[in-house]
Ligand binder design. Structure first.
Ligand SMILES: Nc1nc2c(ncn2[C@@H]2O[C@H](COP(=O)(O)OP(=O)(O)OP(=O)(O)O)[C@@H](O)[C@H]2O)c(=O)[nH]1
Ligand SMILES: [Mg+2]
Length: 347
């Protein structure tokens, strides 16, 4: 009798999951729209992970949004956005449904979940400590099948189509994974280009060459969060703690929560810039900071203040880590560093 009732509960839950999954697509789109609408959000992160690894627990812990957490799998069936406030910036954290193996080929609506993560600035890969290595490998594979390369730089290869002359290859380093014949074969036969200039500045693999040719790949930073370390022995824990771009946490017991937040901030690489009006000290209050993506320039700051600032730009003075002398004159193309102070001079 008891067994039957438990079985009924499981069946009911399964039916509920199926109904909710069918409704999933509009909700995921809503998250993308929200991103467009809320201009105050400075960066977007998306949690990717298998079911029951602690994604919702994380969202409920670091943001004011409550996302249902439970010990059964597929608790979260929609996209739940929360906001994490750090150093004066509002960072969106998405709690997404757990994905399963085969997600990239459409299982469990995994394609929509991964597509949502694709538009974010950082992937938070939430892993369960007991099985973290296997989960990480599988998730990287699923993301890869959807064209997302995590923690990789785009291959340094430039292919310029020509009207004649065959395929000319110049490489500035020794190629150990692929030879010139393979390169010609792949470009010529697979991609129907018989005349092109190819410049390679990196020891690329066949897959990387195909990535360059296919084109629509995204290269995203990813932070690995190994959760539930309260279930691990100290020796096992050390193995994960030493891995790059990895944070070990027990969200339930409150271990390393501040550290994971700080690592999110660092992985996003946002640049805070303070402006200084002429003859006045700069306002270094966090509320006065402007936030830009890594690699932003004085021109981006001008555009962020007023659309006319670029056309009226006469010069800029910069204080901070991006310059040698304090202050230093800088042009529009000068790349800024975090916490720089900029004074814009206009015509
Ligand atoms: N031991 C332990 N359990 C945890 C930890 N964090 C979360 N849990 C538990 O793990 C279970 C699943 O947590 P959720 O946050 O619902 O997991 P999820 O990844 O959102 O799961 P889905 O929504 O089903 O994909 C809950 O029972 C949590 O209480 C942790 O650090 N240690
Ligand atoms: Mg959840």
């Amino acid at each position: 009798m008891l067994k039957n009732r438990a079985l009924e509960r499981v069946n009911a839950r399964e039916a509920e999951v199926k109904v909710q999954l069918r409704k999933l697509t509009p909700n995921l789109n809503a998250a993308a729209q929200l991103k467009e609408l809320d201009q105050r959000l400075k960066a977007h992160t998306a949690q990717i992970g298998f079911p029951s690894v602690g994604k919702s627990t994380f969202l409920s812990t670091v943001t004011e949004t409550a996302s249902a957490c439970a010990s059964y799998e597929f608790t979260t069936l929609t996209c739940v956005p929360g906001v994490l406030e750090m150093h004066g910036a509002r960072i969106q954290v998405l709690d997404l449904p757990g994905i399963i193996e085969g997600a990239a080929s459409g299982k469990g609506r995994g394609r929509q979940v991964i597509a949502t993560a694709r538009t974010s600035d950082l992937i938070l890969m939430m892993l369960s400590a007991a099985n973290a290595d296997v989960e990480r490998r599988k998730l990287i594979k699923e993301l890869s099948e959807m064209g997302i390369r995590v923690n990789q730089q785009p291959p340094d290869v430039v292919i310029t189509p020509k009207s004649r002359g065959g395929i000319q290859i110049t490489s500035t380093c020794q190629l150990t994974h692929i030879d010139e014949d393979d390169i010609k074969k792949i470009i010529g036969h697979e991609f129907k280009t018989h005349n092109a200039e190819v410049v390679i500045r990196q020891d690329i693999t066949v897959d990387q060459l195909i990535d360059v040719l296919v084109g629509n790949r995204v290269y995203m930073p990813c932070l690995y969060v190994v959760n539930k370390i309260d279930t691990l022995s100290f020796e096992a824990l050390e193995h994960f703690a030493l891995e790059p771009r990895t944070v070990v946490t027990s969200i339930k017991d409150g271990i390393n929560i501040e550290y994971v937040k700080e690592m999110i901030w660092r992985s996003l690489g946002l640049v805070r810039v303070y402006t200084k009006p002429r003859g006045e000290p700069p306002c270094l209050d966090a509320k006065a900071a402007m936030f830009f993506p890594k690699g932003s320039t004085v021109e981006d700051v001008c555009k962020g203040i007023h659309k006319d600032f670029v056309s009226k730009f006469k010069g800029a003075k910069v204080w901070g880590r991006s310059v040698k002398f304090q202050p230093q004159n800088a042009g529009l193309s000068h790349v800024l560093a975090d916490n720089d102070v900029v004074q814009i001079l206009l015509d």
